[in-house]
Write a protein that binds this ligand. Sequence first.
Ligand SMILES: Nc1ncnc2c1ncn2[C@@H]1O[C@H](COP(=O)(O)OP(=O)(O)OP(=O)(O)O)[C@@H](O)[C@H]1O
Length: 253
Amino acid sequence: MGLEVEGVTVRFGGHTALNNVDIWAHEGKVTGLIGPNGAGKTTIFNVITGLQPPSSGHVRMDGRDVGKLAPYRRARLGMARTFQRLELFGSLSVRENIQVAAAQYRRLHRGTKETPQDTAARLLHRLDLTSIAHVRADQLPTGQGRVVELARALACRPKILLLDEPASGQDDEETRGFGQLLREIAADGVAVLLVEHDMDLVMNTCDELHVLDFGKKIANGTCDEIRNNAAVQAAYLGTADAAEADEVLQETV
Ligand SMILES: Nc1ncnc2c1ncn2[C@@H]1O[C@H](COP(=O)(O)OP(=O)(O)OP(=O)(O)O)[C@@H](O)[C@H]1O
């Protein structure tokens, strides 16, 4: 169970941004989606969440085709996303940002017992944000903002969590902590799909990877398999010389 994307194609005028792409993210796992700039990673997130209608293909959540559903209806079914650019409510505090999301969730899921205040307190504690709970979101360094965005997504109790470059703006220590959090969130039964350029985070956190290049899926496998894949090395380095690529990739990855 989790997320399945099957045969998705997206055309922008004459440009094919995604070409018959299949990817998946299983519950309980962190799945990475990587590829060079312009490979189509954000476009596929937009297709999954319903912001970008595909020219063809299917998106399924727990086996149900959600391709015709508006973004808010997919969110109601348990899809949450963070964005490349932070999308916090700048004038609200960290606590309020989480509480607003929790209140919205509770409004839509009437059986929810936990109050938004308690949800916020629980997530502040779990994500080690209690000491900055009162700080306005627009006063936060980006690295902390990323964790608040994650907390806000978790307030919606997602089954599928899509993260678009969550490590950008984080220092090495923050990124390590973030990776650990993602592992814990997946262990709670969430399907985590991670788009990320920070290869340390990807390789230390993901159970499985999909690789896109120029809108096509060129590889899928474990981190070790992907590290040693000649097509991936060539895509990242623009060379078909596997030996040369391998040398540089060992330094990059
Ligand atoms: N709305 C759009 N109209 C036209 N072309 C687009 C549009 N959105 C994306 N593209 C093009 O589609 C391709 C895929 O873009 P996308 O942003 O999905 O790549 P990406 O893998 O997320 O890149 P990055 O790692 O730089 O964020 C690129 O060539 C991009 O220029």
